[in-house]
Design a protein around this ligand. Structure first.
Ligand code: AMP
Length: 373
């Protein structure tokens, strides 16, 4: 092997990074609580629970990255005494705190919904008065997939919202954005400052969890350059290396940034088959200091998540142009355990494939009316 990359986290994102690294003669090791994690099939796992685990993990690789955005900053600090990590610590610190994230978006003139920091019931009342209702109240740290959130529609709910979320140390109140669609842009920056961007994905959720993404997002020709400009500002400002994701709302007033993820992203899984170079391979290339690959789309693609329960593999693979990715995770309600990539020839075939898939999948597939690609 030419190089070893140590990855904080050992979930499906780490598994797919290691799959992309192997043809480049790059080995991955992982730092994860449980040894039987999805990435274990592809590299050594250092159990974060074990004594001296962090030290042993740091010894195991030449350079480091992460697939888990809540990687403790204290672990990164220990690592940085002797080794490098990409993306940079600052990007991780900002992405772990919604207030820091929104402040950075403001600084870089990336539009966001009006927001206020909240740390007491009094400051929540002030936020409601200043922002108006409805507002979305979120924990500043630790939330994911819509968890740690409360949508406040009337002043009567202030006490309840505070009772549910107020134990968190710090909250953010955001004006409720009336959006027509949710999209994400994924980009990669190399160690030499090269930036490459994949096309926008249109993301559809079911109970707060990504159900499917359509790429390129339909009717996004005008949005693409704007989103690209925003993410490039972030990448260059942070002197970022690796893959970064920016989630955005499409509104009548244009794009509003919601949050960023300092890592490869679920809405980019389509790129394994749908792009010349996938988000996983380009992330590995960037971390290893190699030239970046083309992010061009080979074919419009739909990514469908398998959530909670596995379908029969033979049913999925019988669909023309379907690729199946299973993460070797146990079934659990609401858990992402695999995904399917569909590469239809046209909108007609896409609608047909999605209808067939909806019958095969145990989890409901939130299909939209307009699946035009
Ligand atoms: P987040 O954890 O910030 O990604 O939020 C989860 C979901 O909640 C998003 O995908 C949106 O559907 C919704 N959401 C979050 N923030 C807002 C907002 N300010 N206005 C309207 N909907 C929101």
């Amino acid at each position: 092997m030419d190089k070893t990359i140590g990855i904080f986290g050992g979930g499906q994102l780490g598994r797919m990074m290691a799959q992309a690294a192997l043809p480049l003669n790059i080995q991955c090791t992982f730092f994860e609580a449980t040894a039987d994690c999805p990435a274990a099939a592809l590299g050594q796992v250092f159990s974060s629970e074990a004594e001296h685990a962090l030290h042993d993990f740091i010894q195991s690789a030449d350079v480091f990255s992460l697939e888990f955005e809540n990687t403790p900053l204290s672990d990164v600090d220990v690592l940085q005494k002797s080794k490098s990590i990409y993306p940079p610590r600052q990007a991780l610190a900002i992405a772990q705190n919604r207030l820091l994230e929104k402040a950075l978006f403001d600084e870089l003139a990336i539009p966001v919904a009006p927001y206020k920091a909240v740390d007491s019931i009094e400051s929540l009342k002030i936020a409601v008065a200043e922002l108006g209702l409805p507002i979305v109240l979120k924990t500043a740290t630790g939330g994911y997939d819509g968890k740690g959130q409360f949508v406040l529609r009337s002043e009567d709910q202030i006490t309840q919202a505070w009772a549910e979320l107020g134990t968190a140390q710090s909250l953010i109140a955001e004006s409720f954005v009336t959006f027509s669609r949710e999209v994400s842009i994924i980009a990669v920056r190399g160690q030499n400052g090269d930036v490459k961007t994949w096309p926008l994905a249109e993301n559809h959720h079911h109970h707060g969890i990504l159900s499917h993404s359509i790429v390129p997002a339909p009717k996004s020709t005008d949005l693409q350059p704007v989103a690209q400009e925003y993410i490039t500002r972030l990448l260059n400002h942070l002197n970022y290396v690796g893959v970064l994701t920016l989630e955005l709302f499409v509104t009548k007033q244009g794009l509003y940034a919601n949050e960023m993820a300092p890592r490869v992203h679920n809405s980019g899984h389509w790129s394994i088959e749908g792009a010349v170079c996938s988000q996983f391979e380009n992330h590995i290339r960037a971390v290893a200091g190699l030239p970046l690959g083309s992010t061009e789309v080979i074919r419009p693609t739909v990514l469908v998540n398998i959530i909670g329960q596995y379908p029969k593999s033979e049913d999925v693979l019988a669909l023309n142009g379907a690729h199946l990715h299973l993460y070797n995770k146990t079934e659990r309600e609401g858990r992402k355990i695999g995904h399917i990539t569909l590469m239809p020839n046209d909108s007609h075939e896409l609608t047909n494939l999605c209808r067939k898939l909806a019958k095969i999948l145990p989890n409901p597939l939130a299909l939209s009316e307009d699946m035009n690609i």
